[in-house]
Design a protein around this ligand. Structure first.
Ligand code: NAG
Ligand code: NAG
Ligand code: NAG
Length: 753
């Protein structure tokens, strides 16, 4: 290459790489017109966002509260050099979808047992201080104590419930007499109905008389039968239902807001806020865009494609925090779907030619969404990594037509990597629903279907087509009334060639892989819910038939190296004449042995606690010289400096093993402590001792200092001088080196038995 060409190339490179950085800071006093420069920053994000065009263009947003509609369109970044909207340095601007709620008359009427007044703008979600209020409802439940998630706070559906498709009318009969006992006229209330397994619908009550124990609604949800025993509903959004603290009602006709404030609220100082915005950021026709370091309150992001040429692709969402991102408009009598966080590279369900929709969701936080937390639709290789999801979706109303249901995280994509996400106590029956050929690795899912308000589902649920080459590997799925990991389908519509490898599934309904040619390898699956009477009470389930559908499945599956307390091939059904009957032995339903062409080296039985170190305290390493150790069965190696712990890495070390405050640590097996490394850190310092004070203040010079864990190691032996004995209580701490900073860890504590 000649000097000249080098020069030109360098120049071109420089031109393409450097974009324009602009600033947003409404608090800065500015003399003349604002132009986005450091000295004269814009006051709104939207003023800056509209100027984003090419690679390296940036909007750096200073701390503050922003309430605006931000449109991003026509952005053309480059791979490795996107256009950017970000919080400035470490600042966390808040994008707020609410407005302050003030009475038009200047003050609220507080003379009665309810507070009310006319307001100027329609709201569909209401906060007093930091607490979200609950739509006036029956049976009562509230957000603040999380009882809104509780399926027992829904009313039962009686056998007289039915759908009249011809007249598009549904009838819900209440189980028991609780509805008629209310003696309220509930015509016009909104009914939230889990009447179609993992489909929950919303309808307006068309007719109800105070003395009726049933109501009718306009049925537009498709053809299915209401499984009355398994169904449930609640009613809300009619003023008659407003009867306890924290409930609220808004009448869009009269614009009157009525509520009963939480006990102890001082109405003179209380800050009242109402949601008036669905999406703060609306992205269209943009490629290679990064949105980073922003907080969202009661609003969220939508990205969509509108034609073969106007599409979104290569969008990255990094370290965003969403509090209450989406909420239904049921209070406005609107039964349409909740407008949730939705990122779509597809156009009318199809991908624009040869592309689109590669998305990255990195290190985000989703809390308190009504409806599912995150949906995305795309093509190749989206990445969902190190995100946190808690207390999302307490109605599971994510469908307008009967179908397969949704999930906390719904992907309609392929070749995704879904890794290191933590899901805690989310309401939907299903946690992660991946698209095709995805790797679902190192996720930690606990309490899925929190409160049990929806039928069907699983922590990780793979529908038929996505099973092909899916890898569900090294996840922990725990404490859920649903399956931990599940593959759907029955003949003739089955999936094949899925892999479920090295997972820990405890206190769920177990692992149930329908289909064929699957591999279930090195999993640990125990303590499944034995109350599920419909199925064969297995933890590791490789069925032969899907109940009465006698099309055989799993004949070519591989089931090796697993630990389970109960494993079988499902209830035994056989054909007898023209009937299919369930086989019973001594009056009890018989089960098939676990199915597969290779079923080997599994350890099945109730003695699994002899095989792994301390499963109640999240230590699943095989016990030395046990069959699990000798035969290399289960998800873990016996020794080593690394112990994989799934889930989101936090700013400091987290997920202690044994868990913080555990009182049941098995002393004779407690030789090590383990933890999850801090985000972006592979160097940790460990302290261990017998008083909280000593451990809390310890430095590398202290006797409590155990040493460093380098290279990402996360296992440290407990020094001999602190040997764990029954009855002893121990304290420990793990500091993380992140960049040049030491991030001090919490003091953890456990007691041994
Ligand atoms: C019940 O309420 C609806 C709507 O508020 C009203 O139109 C209807 O007349 C009421 N019916 C009775 C029996 O009061
Ligand atoms: C987003 O912007 C596009 C085009 O600018 C518009 O058509 C669409 O209605 C907007 N969507 C929302 C949810 O605001
Ligand atoms: C999934 O994991 C397998 C095995 O590690 C790897 O070969 C494959 O490329 C991964 N797929 C994606 C989409 O990353």
């Amino acid at each position: 290459m000649t000097m000249r060409r080098v020069l030109i190339t360098t120049l071109l490179l420089h031109l393409t790489l450097s974009g324009t950085v602009r600033y947003v800071d409404p608090h800065k006093e500015v003399g003349g017109a604002r132009d986005g420069s450091w000295d004269s920053p814009f006051s709104k994000i939207s003023e800056c966002a509209v100027l984003l065009a090419g690679p390296g263009d940036e909007c750096q947003v200073r701390a503050g509260v922003y309430h605006e509609d931000i449109v991003v369109s026509g952005v053309r970044g480059l791979e490795g050099n996107p256009a950017v909207i970000t919080g400035y340095q470490d600042e966390r601007p808040v994008i707020d979808g609410t407005v302050e709620v003030v009475p038009v008359e200047g003050k609220w009427d507080t003379s009665g047992d309810k507070v009310f007044g006319e307001i100027g703008e329609a709201i569909w979600q209401f906060f007093i201080g930091d607490t979200m209020m609950t739509n006036a409802r029956w049976p009562n439940a509230r957000w603040s104590d999380q009882s809104v998630f509780d399926g027992d706070k829904w009313a039962g559906v009686g056998d007289g419930s039915h759908i009249d498709l011809a007249n598009k009318e549904g009838t819900i009969e209440n189980r028991g007499s609780s509805l008629q006992d209310l003696k309220l006229n509930l015509t016009g209330a909104m009914a939230v109905m889990n009447i179609g397994k993992f489909n929950t619908f919303v309808a307006e009550v068309k007719h109800h008389d105070p003395e009726d124990n049933f109501f009718t609604y306009h049925h537009t949800f498709g053809n299915f039968e209401i499984e009355t025993g398994l169904s449930r509903y609640f009613l809300e959004d009619k003023i008659e239902l407003l009867d306890v603290e924290e409930e609220w009602h808004f009448d869009k006709g009269s614009m009157v807001l009525t509520f009963i404030p939480p006990v102890g609220t001082d109405m003179n100082t209380a800050k009242l806020r109402g949601k008036v915005q669905t999406y703060a950021i609306n992205i269209t026709d943009s490629q290679h865009l990064l949105i980073k370091n922003l907080d969202f309150f009661a609003t969220t992001i939508k990205a969509s494609s509108s034609s073969k040429t106007l599409y979104v692709d290569s969008l990255t969402f990094d370290s965003l925090k969403f509090m209450y991102p989406s909420y239904s408009k049921r209070m406005l009598n609107d039964i349409s779907l909740i407008e949730w966080t939705d990122i779509s590279g597809k156009f009318r369900g199809k991908r624009p030619d040869g592309c689109c929709g590669n998305f990255r969701f990195i290190n985000n936080y989703f809390y308190g969404s009504d409806g599912l937390a995150l949906a995305y639709h795309g093509d190749q290789g989206s990445v969902l990594k190190n995100n946190f999801f808690k207390h999302n979706d307490w109605t599971s109303n994510n469908m307008v037509k009967w179908g397969g249901g949704m999930a906390t995280i719904y992907s309609d994509s392929q070749n995704d990597v879904i890794e290191r996400n933590t899901l805690v106590d989310n309401g939907n029956g299903c946690g992660i629903r991946p698209g095709k050929t995805s790797n679902i690795t190192l996720n930690h899912i606990t309490g899925q279907c929190f409160g049990f308000q929806q039928n069907d589902g699983a922590g990780i649920q793979v529908t038929v087509k996505p099973q092909h080459n899916v890898r569900v590997e090294n996840n922990w799925v725990m404490d859920s009334p649903k399956y931990g990991i599940r593959f759907d389908g029955e003949r003739p519509n089955i999936g094949e060639h899925g892999n479920v490898i090295g997972n820990v599934v405890v206190k769920t309904n177990g692992v149930n892989l329908k289909g064929d040619y699957h591999t279930a390898m090195n999993n640990f699956v125990v303590e499944s819910d034995r109350t599920n009477s419909k199925d064969s009470k297995c933890s590791l389930c490789m069925w032969k038939t899907v109940r009465r559908n006698l099309g055989v499945i799993n004949q070519h599956s591989t089931v090796v190296n697993n630990i389970a307390d109960i494993a079988n091939g499902g209830y035994m059904f056989v054909r007898e004449g023209d009937k299919i009957i369930q086989v019973k032995v001594d009056g009890k339903p018989a089960v098939w042995p676990i199915q597969g062409s290779t079923v080997a080296n599994n350890l099945v039985g109730p003695d699994y606690t002899d095989l792994v170190t301390d499963p109640d305290n999240l230590d699943f390493r095989p016990v030395r010289n046990s069959p699990a150790d000798e035969k290399k069965v289960g998800p873990y190696e016996r020794s080593g400096r690394f112990y994989w712990i799934p889930g989101r890495q936090e700013e400091k070390a987290s997920s202690p093993v044994p868990p913080h405050l555990s009182g049941s640590v098995v002393a004779r097996r407690r030789r090590h402590v383990m933890w999850l490394n801090a985000y972006q850190s592979n160097f940790h310092q460990v302290y261990f001792g017998t008083t909280s004070e000593a451990v809390s203040t310890a430095t590398p010079g202290s006797p409590e200092y155990v040493g460093d864990a380098k290279g990402g190691a996360n296992v440290k032996p407990i020094p001999a001088k602190f040997r764990v004995v029954p009855g002893g209580t121990y304290f420990w701490r793990v500091d993380a080196k992140v960049g040049n900073k030491i991030v001090k860890g919490d003091v953890w504590e456990f007691t041994a038995i």
